[in-house]
Design a protein around this ligand. Structure first.
Ligand code: GRG
Length: 300
């Protein structure tokens, strides 16, 4: 199945798959890769490890748009790179994303009971198991990269360098710290942009940038892909805030600070800037460009 979907993705221009089919093919490729990665970890083990494995499976394999790994695969597709070599990096990014959601839902953070329409990990498995599931996913992401790119150690090291920076103090964790500290006082627009660039943007940006690195694209092109990823990360957050505001306008969100109409304009502006980068790279007609457009029209 994995091989089949990979071939279909590689052949997408010839077989004229529409964007929805390409998207579903990528999502299935990611799902299969993560499923087989964790299946290999199974073996004769204690009940405690089996329970931890179930907790990991619950969040890693139980839904989600797979936006970040699909982005990485579509960067490969846009440069005719094929998904196989990018896939381990793409799934490592999704492991880190999944860890962040599990920890974000914990009582000491957002204290959420539901995610993706299902009870949160700690509601099903308990707080300590959920904490460990997140810890294991974070650590395993780097193990997976070190294994998958072991024949090209410089590439493996570069990917670990990029991803750990995007996930850690200077990236997602730092952004989460700014977010938590701002709950009382609120943030001005510049600080709000910084918070999102780190909390949500860094992981989206590195999914695109890491794929360009795996493909061995020239440094100047890697930089343009990084810049595209930054803009897409911001566009993703703006759209998320607009979708959330359908229920109520959340404190500390872009709509609260700018109003709905201006948040829409900001989204259009950032999306147009990202599209310009794709044009400069001569990939403005790629499935990657359609992913960018899809962000503006998505309903979840
Ligand atoms: C706890 C270290 C730590 C970090 C948490 C990213 C993050 C930092 C928390 C997620 C909270 C949140 C709802 C952020 C808003 C944007 C966002 C990242 C939404 C969830 O990502 P999607 O929409 O989720 O890609 P799916 O379910 O599709 O995987």
């Amino acid at each position: 199945m994995l091989k089949e979907t990979q071939q279909r993705l590689t052949l997408s221009p010839k077989t004229k798959m529409n964007f929805q089919e390409i998207l579903e093919s990528c999502q299935q490729t990611v799902q299969d890769a993560m499923g087989s990665y964790w299946a290999k970890k199974q073996g004769p083990r204690s009940e405690a490890l089996q329970q931890l494995g179930r907790s990991i499976d619950y969040s890693l394999l139980g839904g989600g748009k797979r936006f970040r790994p699909v982005l990485a695969l579509l960067v490969a597709d846009a440069f005719a790179g094929g998904p196989q070599k990018v896939l381990p990096f793409a799934t490592a990014v999704e492991m880190i994303h999944t860890y962040s959601l599990i920890h974000d839902d914990l009582p000491c953070m957002d204290n959420d009971d539901f995610r993706r329409g299902q009870p949160t990990n700690h509601k099903v498995f308990g707080e300590s198991t959920a904490l460990l599931a997140g810890d294991a996913l974070l650590t395993e992401a780097f193990f997976a990269i070190s294994e998958a790119y072991s024949r090209e150690p410089q590439l493996g090291l570069k990917l670990i360098n990029l991803l750990s920076e995007a996930a850690g103090f200077s990236g997602m964790v730092g952004g989460q710290a700014i977010d938590l500290s701002s709950k009382e006082s609120g943030l001005a627009l510049q600080e709000l942009n910084l918070m999102h660039a780190l909390k949500t943007g860094a992981l989206i940006r590195v999914a695109a940038e890491g794929a360009a690195v795996v493909l061995g694209l020239p440094t100047s092109i890697q930089e343009q892909v990084r810049s595209f990823g930054q803009k897409l990360g911001l566009a993703f957050q703006l759209k998320d805030d607009l979708l959330d505001s359908a229920e109520s306008i959340e404190k500390g969100s872009f709509p609260e600070l700018l109003g709905l109409a201006e948040t829409e304009s900001y989204l259009n502006e950032v999306t147009a800037e990202a599209q310009t980068i794709l044009k400069e790279l001569s990939i403005e007609s790629s499935a990657l460009a359609q992913l960018l457009q899809m962000n503006s029209t998505r309903s979840h």
